[in-house]
Design a binder for this molecule. Structure first.
Ligand code: 5GP
Length: 120
């Protein structure tokens, strides 16, 4: 967990190619890359290239509806491309109690193993 803030995050450096990462999908609006600490055989993060105040889902405004839809649709594309035909888990952590650690909204796509429910 981290303190919620509007400061630039490590994801800006990833977007700007200032730190190494493995991109699995990219278009003009979103970037998908491998999580550095994978919680399964497949663990991808999908982020908007422009944060526009969307530090987390709890900061969403009506102007974000298009990008929110695009993030989820990209999750579906990435899951298919990663071969997750048997299913997968989509996660958006929000705030300290949600275990959010990077304050630039991101969708986790985790799969390649049996997931558990409820989560801890
Ligand atoms: P959160 O806890 O905010 O939902 O998720 C942040 C995720 O970003 C974590 O799963 C963490 O492993 C990942 N992460 C943090 N720093 C880096 C990094 O420098 N590179 C990559 N690829 N992932 C990162």
């Amino acid at each position: 967990a981290a303190t919620p803030s509007d400061s630039p995050t490590i994801f800006d450096k990833i977007i700007n190619n200032e730190i190494p990462h493995t991109t699995v999908y990219e278009d003009d609006k979103v970037l998908a890359f491998k999580d550095i600490e994978p919680q399964g055989p497949v663990h991808i993060l999908i982020i908007p290239k422009v944060r526009d105040g969307l530090t987390g889902l709890s900061k969403a405004e009506e102007r974000h509806i298009d990008i929110l839809g695009r993030l989820l649709y990209t999750a579906k594309l990435v899951a298919k491309e990663q071969g997750l035909e048997e299913g997968y888990r989509i996660v958006i952590n929000d705030g300290p109690q949600g275990c959010q650690s990077v304050y630039h909204i991101h969708v986790h796509v985790i799969g390649g193993r049996q997931m558990n429910w409820p989560p801890g």
